[in-house]
Design a binder for this molecule. Sequence first.
Ligand code: GDP
Ligand code: MG
Length: 370
Amino acid sequence: TDTLTVSELAKKLTKEPSEIIKKLMFLGVMATINQELDKESIELIAGDYGVEVEEEIIIDETEFEAYENADKEEDLQTRPPVVTIMGHVDHGKTTLLDSIRNTKVTASEAGGITQHIGAYQIEDKGKKITFLDTPGHAAFTTMRARGAQVTDITILVVAADDGVMPQTVEAINHAKAAEVPIIVAVNKMDKESANPDRVMQELTEHGLIPEDWGGDTIFVSVSALKGDGIDDLIEMIQLVSEVEELKANPNRAAQGTVIEAELDKGRGSVATLLVQNGTLNVGDPIVVGNTFGRVRAMVNDLGRRVKTAGPSTPVEITGLNEVPQAGDQFMVFVDEKKARQIGEARSKKQQEAQRKESSKLNLEDLFNQI
Ligand code: GDP
Ligand code: MG
């Protein structure tokens, strides 16, 4: 519904609730701090501060907020973990991603042409794991800057012949800030100069203490190049995933985050979406950041056309009117008219933001949480 409480409205206007209550009283409305205000009152108050309120925008925000709280415990089901790989340059992130993907492609999928869509899924003992193969740092910085949290578990790759380096420390800080559990993959163990003890020693100084040394950080020795230790690593990911109790409701309209997006000459706007809740279907009316449309076609990480995508699944979609940005949130609306309305309101809002950068208090400030 398109209402706000007095305190919510006060927050958006960066005013004291008492001031809003006084103004309401002046307008003949007796309100308490938690009282829901109707559209008319919101418009009156906002107008008094020189702020214009657009109906679509209010629907937009409350809709997105309502979404967060809508799932009942009994509707939730276990979902696959979403894993990112971080570490210093040349420590073996790309090699590890390739190695995991190659070892775990199932027989039935072996013929499939793997396709780069920014993420892929493997299956191990009937359980799926999603890996983002955008550079881990970018996944954290650009996405988190846009308020998106997509990673459940992070693999910190440290080359055993090189040890902890500046980007290793940066990665640890990102993961800690996001409160994402870290599994350490001590890589390049096949090298003669490998010194895993040194890696453990150095990481201890950054608060990552191996279980063997009385800490609670999982360390796995691997050689991404030779494929050694990959099974152990996958087992540990499954273990951590179970502890985290990751859940979603597959029986609802989809919601999630843009992993990558680009303009394709032939297909138009192409976006890789990570479904974080619900199930995405071909034909769904969808709002993606400031863009909107209908899901025209979906392709999975094996380059196959699919009709549905459940929680933690990455899919590449076409059908959006423009190209969204990595980190943008997306949401499916059952009502296509609403999707269009919200999409248009958002894109108008963005255009206005660019125009009225200098004006002090406007729509952008009022609804900057969207
Ligand atoms: P990234 O920058 O972290 O993505 O690192 P890459 O995966 O591109 O690897 C950098 C270099 O290290 C490449 O030449 C890889 O072949 C090599 N490399 C990666 N993993 C291993 C490993 O386990 N053993 C050895 N000997 N070399 C590796
Ligand atoms: Mg790389």
